[in-house]
Design a protein around this ligand. Structure first.
Ligand code: PHE
Length: 355
């Protein structure tokens, strides 16, 4: 027994991994291991011998088992230490350079515009890009036969065969959000609604998907003068200049009466677009006093409420502010363009930090 004890305690001390510990366990105290073989010998002994040898063999078995357990734990500790050493990381090393992504000018300008209107007391509202023709047209006083439907170059969604309800449309403007927000919150309202809109049109200043921001202010006494002031304040903040010239041009929209389109003075000389100078005008928004029928469609009483609405092209004002002459480049995903015109992710636009 003394030999067995020394042999196994020695082998356990030398073991260098968990697999050899397991092999030793089978060899020493397993069912057919050496200690078990000795235990079988007990049967051949006299009762007196057995009384001495039995407990001794059990004690040996326990001793070997606990040596195995202790060694196993020590090996696991050592493995953990080794792992901690090899996976150590020097967090004081300088970071590796990697190509920085940038914020797209459309996202940046959307943030800038909402920051300005938020400062003027407008909340942000949103609506779906796939609209029913009720929200996109009818509720905005554009009935089925109205020429404005054709003028908008609308994308219609397909209906299943045999389904002759009017098709859904890709919203042609953000104005349907006016109705949704009147329905949801009632008067008074002061909101802006930025988002994507769609029209089948493509040239230097038109793309089939583009961005608008709708403005809507409804209360008991809101007038065209408020509209003018808000837009002038906006333009001064957005371009950071006091002398941007706006031109309010009488116009017509079915959902406003009276209506005005607003152009901004600019020049396109030598392919460079500049704001506030030159003899050209770029149209940036449509606006007017909300038509009583539109208030009614949104569930607001037009005899006690009135207000203004406008829809501004985000892409257009982004072109103007950052001197980007071709709208189509916005959506080409050309990395060189994105790196040149993109913004740092850490440059959050806000009024106190600057736009
Ligand atoms: N929805 C109009 C357009 O897309 C713009 C507009 C909005 C005009 C609100 C007046 C009032 O052209």
């Amino acid at each position: 027994m003394q030999d067995l004890r020394e042999k196994y305690l020695g082998l356990i001390a030398e073991a260098s991994d968990e697999a050899s510990i397991e092999a030793l366990r089978v060899q020493a105290v397993g069912k057919k291991g050496e200690v078990a073989l000795q235990m079988r010998e007990l049967g051949k002994m006299t009762p007196e011998e057995r009384q001495i040898m039995g407990p001794k063999l059990n004690a040996l078995k326990d001793e070997i088992n606990s040596a195995l357990g202790a060694k196993k734990a020590a090996l696991a500790d050592a493995a953990l230490d080794e792992r901690l050493r090899s996976e150590w990381l020097d967090v004081t090393l300088p970071g590796r350079g990697r190509p920085a992504g940038t914020i797209h000018p459309i996202s940046q300008v959307t943030e800038e515009v909402t920051a300005i209107f938020a400062d003027l007391g407008f909340a942000v509202a949103e609506g779906p890009q796939i609209e029913t023709d009720w929200y996109n047209f009818d509720a905005l006083n554009i009935p089925g036969h109205h020429p404005a439907r054709a003028e908008m170059d609308t994308f219609y969604m397909a209906r299943a065969e045999g389904d002759d309800r009017p098709p859904h449309v890709l919203r042609t403007h953000t104005s349907p959000v006016q109705i949704r927000s009147m329905e949801k919150n009632g008067a008074p309202i002061r909101i802006v609604c930025p988002g994507r809109v769609y029209r089948a049109d493509y040239d230097q200043t038109h793309t089939p998907m583009f961005h608008q921001i709708e403005g809507l202010a409804i209360d008991t006494d809101i007038s065209m003068a408020n509209l003018k002031w808000v837009l002038e304040e906006f333009v001064k903040s957005f371009f950071g200049v006091d002398d941007v010239e706006l031109r309010f041009r009488a116009s017509h929209f079915p959902f406003t009466e009276p209506s005005a389109e607003v152009d901004i003075r600019c020049s396109w000389e030598g392919g460079v677009l500049k704001v506030g100078e030159g003899d050209d005008w770029l149209e940036i928004l449509g606006s007017g006093m909300v038509h009583p029928k539109v208030l009614q469609a949104g569930g607001i009483d037009p005899t006690t409420n009135q207000g203004f609405a406008f829809g501004m092209g985000i892409d257009r004002i982004a072109m103007l502010k950052y001197g980007i002459p071709d709208l189509r480049a916005f959506f080409d995903s050309d990395l060189r363009w994105l790196r040149h015109y993109g913004f740092s992710a850490l440059q959050q636009p806000n009024l106190h930090g600057g736009l």
